[in-house]
Design a protein around this ligand. Structure first.
Ligand code: NAP
Length: 277
């Protein structure tokens, strides 16, 4: 893996995970970045420096022609390096926010505990694995699946207060914590990060899908986009990574980093917020 941006003058992190003069050039002779180096590259900003109590990052992959999936799955767009970064972003997060359709279509399972993140997570006051927070209005979900009934840390279900009460009861019976973040049947995306932060979940990662991401963009709550660009063209009618309502003014981001492996670009963009926001 190569870092393309920031360039070497700004590049304080050696692929071994060490910094400055103590870098050991041989530690990553094969070009492989350690998990620790990746974790450093993707660290969440501290609230003191970002001014944000909650930080919502999205991790998405797109084909060269803008498709967010192929034959209903994102896996055909992914790679080994993409999965490594996917794992690192999970390892850093307090909670993974995901749309119900992605859960249904991709057969989501609970996040697992990984030894390599154990010390870092404990030091950051995090649980052994991120909680999965499923966003749904209809709650047409199978609560007997391991994601809901056998997670390492309880799975959350984020919905509106007018969600079907029998489904809310079924979720609770399975051990799911139900979070209401909206007055009607749907979640008010602007309230979602705050509702999770109230539960101590501040470092948020959304893994999509495109319709949920569209809602989060419309709600003006996305702080960062980690976008992997796969060197593949799929054609067809798959949606883009954001599938939401038109917004009045395009949202601007600044480039925070670019890594490359096997022709995949792993970009990281951070939201430019106006001082009044
Ligand atoms: N390229 C990538 O990185 C990537 C990432 C993730 C997924 N995907 C792909 O994307 C596809 C699925 O994405 P999608 O866009 O169709 O669906 P999605 O965003 O995963 O989920 C949409 C569902 O989320 C719930 N939802 C969204 N906004 C809500 C709100 N404001 N309030 C309450 N519930 C809300 C609704 O669930 P209910 O229907 O239960 O009410 C809605 O049907 C799959 O093919 C998957 O493989 C790609």
């Amino acid at each position: 893996m190569r870092r393309l941006f920031p360039g070497s003058a700004d590049d304080k992190v050696h692929p071994s995970g060490t910094t400055g003069e103590t870098a050991q050039p041989d530690a990553a002779a094969d070009g492989q970045w350690s998990i620790e180096a990746l974790a450093k590259a993707y660290e969440y900003p501290e609230p003191a420096s970002s001014g944000e109590e909650v930080w919502l990052r999205a991790n998405m992959v797109s084909s060269l022609d803008g498709a967010a999936y192929h034959e209903g799955r994102s896996q055909p767009l992914s790679s080994e390096a993409d999965m490594r970064i996917f794992g690192v972003l999970r390892g850093l997060a307090d909670a993974v926010v995901v749309g119900a359709q992605t859960v249904r279509q991709e057969g989501y399972r609970p996040a697992r505990e990984r030894e390599v993140f154990a010390r870092r997570r404990a030091a950051a006051g995090q649980g052994p694995a991120p909680a999965i927070a499923v966003v749904s209005a209809g709650l047409d979900l199978d609560f007997s699946l391991p994601l809901f009934s056998r997670p390492l840390v309880p799975t959350l279900l984020v919905t509106g207060s007018a969600a079907p009460s029998d489904r809310v009861a079924a979720a609770r019976e399975a051990g799911v914590e139900v979070v209401f973040a909206g007055a009607g049947a749907v979640v008010d995306p602007a309230r979602l990060p705050g509702a999770l932060a109230e539960r101590g979940l501040r470092r948020l990662l959304t893994e999509g899908g495109p319709r949920l991401l569209g809602q989060l963009i419309a709600g003006n709550v996305l702080d960062e986009l980690c976008l992997a660009l796969a060197p593949r063209i799929t054609s067809g009618d798959a949606s883009r990574i954001v599938d939401g309502p038109q917004i009045a003014v395009p949202v601007d981001f600044r480039l925070a980093g670019v890594l490359e492996e096997d022709g995949f670009l792993f970009t990281r963009y951070q939201r430019i917020r106006q001082s009044a926001e």
